[in-house]
Ligand binder design. Structure first.
Ligand code: PLP
Length: 360
């Protein structure tokens, strides 16, 4: 697919951009360009373009505004010490976007077009990728929306895929300090045969009420339990969870349709297996974790995702209890984080061929 490139006639001045990428905040400033590709039922994907960053002109009847038919991805660009720019497992994100599209009745963007869309954006906005220090990266937000002007409830016959990008620093600003997590007891994020596995806006909208409750109790992330029984641990609003036991075993909830197939989760499972650790992907109840913690068998809990990488969890709390884990980041948490970020920044050998070069 050929991309037509229209350069932004008034990009952010170099000095202002450099100041922004020196001290980035999460998702507040965007680069000078965006990628746009159109899909129409009778034409397929067409009109791939790199355009100046700017607002989307949209008819008020546009389908996405009414029925939430939209999906998205989150993936980062890392600058290596030699100045080259890389991304991490882009085909995994492309495939997840396709699965999300399938679930949300949107068209599936081919993997090579997804990867090329990131390369095209970096070709014009490469200087926006920060220096490799203090976890600074350029965060891509690829997304797809139903863009047909029509109020009927059916899959749209026109869609748009776009990529925007924002320079980001660490997601949690307190360093590698264990975070407290709020357990949502009164709301669920996803149900059986629902859209929990799709990366679609509605799942996040559904999590915001519990998130606000979490903030009131000093927690910046929320843990969701299964919708059916309210007993099994699923995931956080924006991260997957791992439990490490004193006997060296590691546990993470399985991919059974209600949780997001985290690419960080998958990578960590692989790295733990490489280390010969006993890692199981199985259903786990909150009661099992509570009991393990009270018997002193729970060593570490960490959350993981593209945005926050690997974050230690210090406390699980709800309106009825507090499960204390640790005030310090655990050993495995810290070492798996170091290994993963080391691979991403080109400092640790990439044994699995996860890194993909976007620019020299
Ligand atoms: C609900 C949810 N779970 C898990 C993750 C972690 O996924 P990944 O590691 O692919 O970023 C994310 C972030 O994308 C998420 O939004």
């Amino acid at each position: 697919m050929e991309f037509r490139v229209t350069k932004n006639p008034s990009p952010v001045a170099a000095a202002e951009r450099d100041a922004l990428i020196e001290n980035p905040t999460f998702g507040t400033h965007f680069t000078d360009h965006q990628v746009v590709i159109i899909w129409e039922e009778d034409k397929g994907w067409h009109s791939a373009e790199v355009l100046p960053y700017g607002p989307i002109m949209m008819d008020p009847s546009s389908a996405v505004l009414h029925y939430g038919q939209e999906i998205f991805e989150g993936i980062k660009a890392y600058r290596h010490q030699d100045g080259s720019i890389w991304t991490f497992r882009p085909t995994a994100n492309a495939e997840r976007l396709q699965r999300s599209a399938q679930r949300m009745a949107l068209p599936q963007l081919p993997t090579d077009v997804f990867v090329e869309s990131l390369r095209q954006l970096i070709a014009v906005d490469g200087p926006w990728v920060p220096k490799p220090e203090n976890e600074k990266t350029l965060y891509f937000r690829p997304f797809e929306i139903a863009a047909e002007n029509f109020l009927g409830v059916r899959a749209a016959k026109r869609a748009e895929y776009r990529v925007i990008a924002s320079p980001v620093g660490p997601y949690f600003t307190g360093g590698l300090k264990p975070v407290p997590i709020w357990i949502a007891l009164d709301s669920a994020r996803a149900g059986k045969h629902g859209t929990g596995e799709a990366k679609t806006g509605g799942n996040y909208a559904a999590s915001l009420l519990a998130q606000a409750e979490g903030y009131e109790h000093g927690c910046s992330q929320v843990l969701f339990l299964d919708a059916e029984s309210g007993t099994y641990i699923e995931e956080l609003g924006g991260m997957n969870l791992f439990f490490v036991f004193k006997d060296g075993s590691v546990l993470t909830p399985p991919l059974d349709g209600t949780i997001l197939r985290g690419i960080t989760r998958d990578s960590i499972v692989t790295l733990l297996k490489d280390r010969g650790l006993n890692i199981s992907e199985r259903k786990v109840t909150l009661a099992e974790i509570r009991d393990a913690a009270s018997r002193g068998e729970l060593a570490e809990v960490f959350a993981c995702g593209t945005a926050a990488v690997v974050t230690p969890v210090g406390l699980l709390k709800s309106r009825v209890e507090e499960i204390k884990i640790s005030d310090e980041p655990g050993e495995l948490t810290a070492s798996i984080r170091a290994e993963l970020t080391g691979i991403q920044y080109g400092l640790v050998e990439d044994r699995h061929g996860w890194m993909h070069k976007l620019a020299d």
